[in-house]
Design a protein around this ligand. Structure first.
Ligand code: C5P
Length: 244
């Protein structure tokens, strides 16, 4: 399989920290070896849009992982505000329903157009991997997590989203029912040589790409390694072997 992307472009490193200086240092160190950085609720709640702007200055694509979930009007407003942070990717909870997903998609396109920026990928979060079948049952959903993920992925696709965040173990099923250009972004990645940390259902970078992932979110295997640069390079060569 020949990919149009370079191997490093598949990798988004998560900046799960309230420490701006650390986030800047690790981003500088890994620039050129990653496709971008993921900024989530911990970073954003501590450091806000000003912190995001400091990362943006470093010239790396950003995935703004704030998982918006509210009424359509409120989510549209949040997405419009997020567009001003210039993300390459942002996300919303698929569970918010069709109208909310369409409102997010439209707000991203319209606000980007208004400010002359390129629109980010808008992804839906299906079922968090921390949720199991019992948790779903307690919230009134009797289907398995996989069935619910498939249902929500189809909903996201019908609502015009660009893709979903999913577990690597769900990629095979989603690649059958979703369009090939529907993006699948996957956390829970562990190279064979890294520790598992608190991740349970882990997949190696090469395996995730082989199954059809478009982006991998990777944190500790890179930034907790003795040498983050060589850890990133090892992951890049593993991806390279699969795509080239
Ligand atoms: O350090 P690690 O590679 O486990 O970090 C993975 C990142 O992906 C973290 O930001 C984590 O919150 C996020 N994530 C995850 N599993 C999910 C959803 C998100 O690990 N199911």
């Amino acid at each position: 399989m020949i990919s149009v992307k370079s191997p490093h472009e598949y990798i988004f490193i998560s900046l799960d920290t309230p420490n701006l200086e650390w986030a800047i240092e690790i981003t500088k160190e890994l620039k050129g070896l990653i496709g971008g950085v993921k900024i989530g609720k911990e970073f954003f709640t501590a450091l806000g849009p000003v912190g995001v702007a400091r990362i943006k200055e470093l010239g790396v694509p950003m995935f703004i992982d704030l998982k918006f979930h509210d009424i359509p009007n409120t989510v549209a407003g949040a997405v419009r505000s997020a567009i001003h942070l210039a993300p390459a990717i942002l996300n919303v909870h698929a569970q918010g329903g069709r109208s909310m997903l369409m409102a997010a998609r439209d707000a991203a396109a319209e606000e980007s157009n208004k400010i002359g920026a390129s629109a980010p990928l808008v992804l839906g979060v299906t079922v968090l991997t921390s949720i199991d079948n019992q948790d779903l049952k307690e919230t009134g959903i009797n289907d398995t997590a996989l069935e619910q993920v498939k249902r929500l992925a189809i909903l996201c696709q019908e609502a015009g989203l660009d893709g979903v965040v999913c577990s690597a173990s769900e990629i095979d099923a989603l690649r059958i029912i979703c369009d090939r250009n529907f993006k699948l972004l996957t956390p829970g990645i562990r190279p064979i040589w890294a520790t598992k940390d608190d991740q349970k259902r882990i997949v190696t970078p090469g395996e995730a790409i082989k199954r059809g992932a478009d982006y991998l979110v990777i944190g500790r295997p890179i930034y907790d390694a003795n040498d983050p640069v060589s850890a990133a390079k090892r992951i890049i060569s593993e991806i390279d072997e699969v795509i080239n």
